[in-house]
Design a protein around this ligand. Structure first.
Ligand SMILES: [Zn+2]
Length: 86
């Protein structure tokens, strides 16, 4: 299968998916932003847009490692809101 979009890996389940199917989370100088357009500069991590992958990524510390920031309840809530409400 050929795809023109870059492939990125979900930090939760580890699946490789088309970049546009994943939710990009960015650490922009200490502010965590959910960046659907993929344009925000900064250290980014990709997640499948579902709570399972968010929970896995937090449990495995892979989101923390990818973003180089402690995932506080606030950050967790912010990302989960984005997943639930898009
Ligand atoms: Zn995933």
């Amino acid at each position: 299968m050929q795809s023109r979009s870059p492939i990125r890996k979900c930090v939760g389940c580890g699946a490789r998916r088309d970049k546009i199917e994943l939710l990009r989370v960015v650490n922009n100088k200490g502010d965590i932003l959910v960046d659907p357009g993929g344009r925000t500069p900064g250290r980014g991590a990709y997640l499948c847009p579902n709570m399972d992958c968010l929970d896995k990524a937090v449990e495995k510390n892979s989101l923390k490692n990818a973003l180089k920031i402690e995932i506080s309840d606030e950050i967790y809530e912010q990302i989960s809101e984005e997943i639930k409400h898009g």
